[in-house]
Design a protein around this ligand. Structure first.
Ligand code: BV8
Ligand code: ZN
Length: 270
């Protein structure tokens, strides 16, 4: 879509031109992403067809209770997801967002995703060709943690953790190198608090936003989903990119119905 001609782009979405000018006019923009931005990379979404895993619902497995009851099953799920995501690659939507964040110092990315595809897009050498307008630091906010980090169930140990997990039995599960207790995925489970710093920064950016771009999230999970509501309360126009129905559709100023990998590059580039 980088080579998309201006005419083709205009044909793609009548609202696309309007969305492009809304974003171009905003000095401060918050981008809120969910599982859908990674769908074209081959990462299954939570609530879409093809569900996330076997017959379980994420709300049943991504909880402290599920882990306490059956740490082996929960680790089997996360180990499987880690391996799956490790084999995926950022798609044009991740790359376009990463370039846009480098070129525009007022763009803040708030992601609910725990895959590392936004990070991998940011580290892509082709993306790094775009000069960095301002440090990414607190403009790249992850609200639900990472599949590739684990933390101790007992002490303060937490670290990157990429090696495959042997969840074949309880005593092959990963253990804390400092205290020996069970490790767990360093993600935010249902019923758990979001990281206070990143959450505060996300809502502060939304409260100052002059436009909000929502990509690939149904908007069903809170408080992360509330970032878009906060931006709209601040008077920011809301642009939603999603092929399906979302909880934001009724309040959106513009709904671009389609796949992120196709629409986001056309929206942000050129
Ligand atoms: C908390 C990490 C309390 C784990 C996840 C009101 C206020 C506060 C809390 C609540 C509340 N109401 C309910 C709650 C409780 C709960 C909640 O929101 N439940 C929901 C189910 C109703 N919230 C919590 O428990 C949160 N914690 O509030 O704690 C507290 C407070 C103080 C002190 C102590 C405790 C924690 C929530 C975090 C849960 N963890 N992930 C893991 O991943 O394993 S959430 C999980 O859902 C992922 O992070 C995911 O990103 C997120 C949201 O889902 P989506 O990203 O939207 O994915 P989904 O499949 O739903 O949608 C995908 C979209 O993509 C679809 O629209 C689809 O059409 C679209 N799509 C498909 N293909 C494409 C596409 N889009 C573009 N292009 C494509 N090609
Ligand atoms: Zn420990």
């Amino acid at each position: 879509s980088r080579g998309m001609s201006r005419r083709r782009r205009a044909v793609l979405h009548p609202d696309l031109k309007r969305a492009r000018s809304l974003l171009a006019a905003a000095a401060r923009v918050v981008v809120l992403t969910g599982a859908g931005v990674s769908a074209e990379s081959g990462v299954p979404t939570f609530r879409g067809p093809g569900g996330l895993w076997k017959q379980f619902r994420p709300e049943e497995l991504a909880t402290p209770e599920a882990f306490a009851r059956d740490p082996r099953l929960v680790w089997e799920w996360y180990g499987w997801r880690r391996e799956l995501v490790a084999g995926c690659r950022p798609n044009p939507a991740h790359l376009a967002i990463a370039r846009w964040m480098r070129a525009h110092s007022g763009v803040t990315l708030v992601t609910q995703n725990v895959d590392d595809l936004h990070e991998r897009a940011a580290d892509d050498p082709a993306v790094a060709l775009t000069p960095l307008a301002a440090p990414l630091g607190d403009r790249f906010l992850k609200l639900h943690g990472s599949l590739f980090r684990s933390k101790c169930t007992r002490c303060a140990y937490a670290a990157e953790h990429r090696e495959p997990v042997d969840a074949s039995s309880a005593d092959t599960l990963p253990r804390c190198p400092s205290c020996g207790a069970l490790l767990r995925p360093d993600v935010v489970w249902f019923g758990e608090m979001l990281p206070p710093g990143a959450t505060q920064a996300a809502f502060a950016a939304a409260a100052r936003a002059q436009a909000c771009l929502v990509v690939g999230t149904k908007g069903a999970v809170y408080p992360a989903g509330g970032v878009a509501h906060e931006a709209q309360r601040a008077g920011a126009p809301l642009i939603v990119v999603d092929p399906g129905e979302t909880d934001y559709d009724a309040m959106a100023d513009l709904k671009l119905a389609g796949a992120a990998g196709e629409i986001v590059p056309a929206l942000l580039e050129g």
